[in-house]
Write a protein that binds this ligand. Structure first.
Ligand SMILES: [Zn+2]
Ligand SMILES: [Zn+2]
Length: 365
């Protein structure tokens, strides 16, 4: 296994974090320090000591339409979850297949985000064969959290400026006071989505390596199709199960498809959304700090288990390229278990982990 490169940012303490600083030239997808590989390090959008130019190409018109799309993306899954619970509680209409699609779909698409979008694409924590790369990227697209390129771009920007001016979704950039803390929480959890964080200029700055990946770009260009499939597949499964049930009728098949859409589609997307967004909000506020990092990232036990390993967020900010986020034996990290299994099967390689020396040098306790 390769080892990760330690972040090179200047350390700041918790009390210092509210002071905006110029980020230094930092590379969050760097590879083994013992190699001279240069491709990943081509992601160096800024020169040391210079401000990164935050530019946006959106016109006010497309910003309004984009915000409406975001509003729908946030509200429809939530409305679907509420409707699903209401129909189940009032009319007893929920089947095992609906719950299985909710839970199974949440795990699969959730790991599409954690293994695919996050560890594989954003941080290049490991490499794998093309079919597995496509599989996890597609699962990530099914989570309806943005196209792979956009997701990775925003997340690299998050690491670049983490909890400092320029971070797209820090909860700590509002002034003091309880109300402002609430505003900061809302911003980090959902509000940031409505700000313009996407532009072609920033794509070139943050994800030049990914833009050269033709297969990934094909997936990215068909993002709307992935979202449509993400909702239609559970509806079709729900309808098919009703069709195979003795005594079926047109009404029961339509109801089955509707339940599949609600539980396996919208409710599942809603659950995935809020768990991912909680990493941005809760895991930058609540939990422990076990390693030095230049931000307020936290290890949160609850989200460590709930988010397939992403809740060990302080570990992740301390060692961004590590394929393993749960660094201690008891820190359950399902995504790491999957990556490690792939590695043992010979299907993943260049799996990056911090060396014992690196762990020791950044340990706080
Ligand atoms: Zn973070
Ligand atoms: Zn990350």
């Amino acid at each position: 296994m390769a080892s990760v490169t330690e972040p090179t940012r200047t350390e700041t303490t918790r009390t210092e974090r509210v002071i905006p600083v110029k980020p230094s030239n930092v590379n969050f997808i760097n590879t083994d320090t013992n190699t001279s590989e240069t491709t990943p390090t081509s992601y160096s959008p800024i020169e040391s000591g210079t401000d990164f130019p935050v530019t946006h190409e959106h016109t006010s018109e497309d910003s309004v339409s984009r915000r409406l799309v975001i509003l729908g993306t946030v509200l429809f899954p939530l409305a679907g979850l509420i409707a699903a619970i209401f129909i189940a509680s009032q009319y007893g209409m929920v089947r095992w297949i609906d719950i299985a699609m909710l839970v199974g779909g949440w795990y699969l698409t959730g790991m599409g985000i954690t293994i695919g979008y996050h560890r594989m694409l954003t941080h290049r924590s490991f490499e794998t064969v093309a079919p597995i790369r496509v599989f996890w990227t597609a699962m990530g697209a099914f989570a309806v959290e943005g196209s792979p390129i956009d997701w990775c771009m925003v997340h690299r920007k998050h690491h670049q400026f983490s909890d400092h001016e320029g971070d797209p979704h820090s909860p700590h950039l509002h002034d003091g006071g309880f109300l402002n803390q609430l505003k900061g929480f809302w911003h980090s959890h959902t509000g940031w989505l409505f700000n313009s964080n996407w532009s072609k200029v920033e794509r070139k700055k943050y994800v030049p390596d990914l833009l050269e990946d033709k297969l990934l770009m094909t997936i990215d260009n068909h993002y709307v199709s992935w979202v449509t499939a993400s909702l239609l597949i559970p509806a079709m499964i729900g309808g098919t199960v009703a069709l195979l049930t003795p005594g079926f009728s047109l009404t029961s098949v339509a109801a089955g498809a509707g339940l599949g859409l609600l539980w396996g589609g919208l409710a599942r997307v809603c659950v995935s959304h809020h768990i991912t967004w909680s990493i941005n909000s809760i895991c930058h506020i609540f939990g422990s700090q076990d390693y030095k990092s230049s931000d307020d990232s936290r290890n949160n036990v609850f989200f460590g288990f709930l988010s397939h390993g992403e809740g060990w967020h302080n570990n992740h900010h301390a060692f961004p390229t590590s394929a393993r986020h749960g660094l201690k034996w008891w820190q359950f990290d399902l995504s790491w278990i999957v990556i490690r299994t792939l590695e043992k099967m010979g299907l993943a390689w260049n799996v990056k982990l911090p060396s014992p020396k690196q762990l020791e040098s950044r340990a706080l306790n």
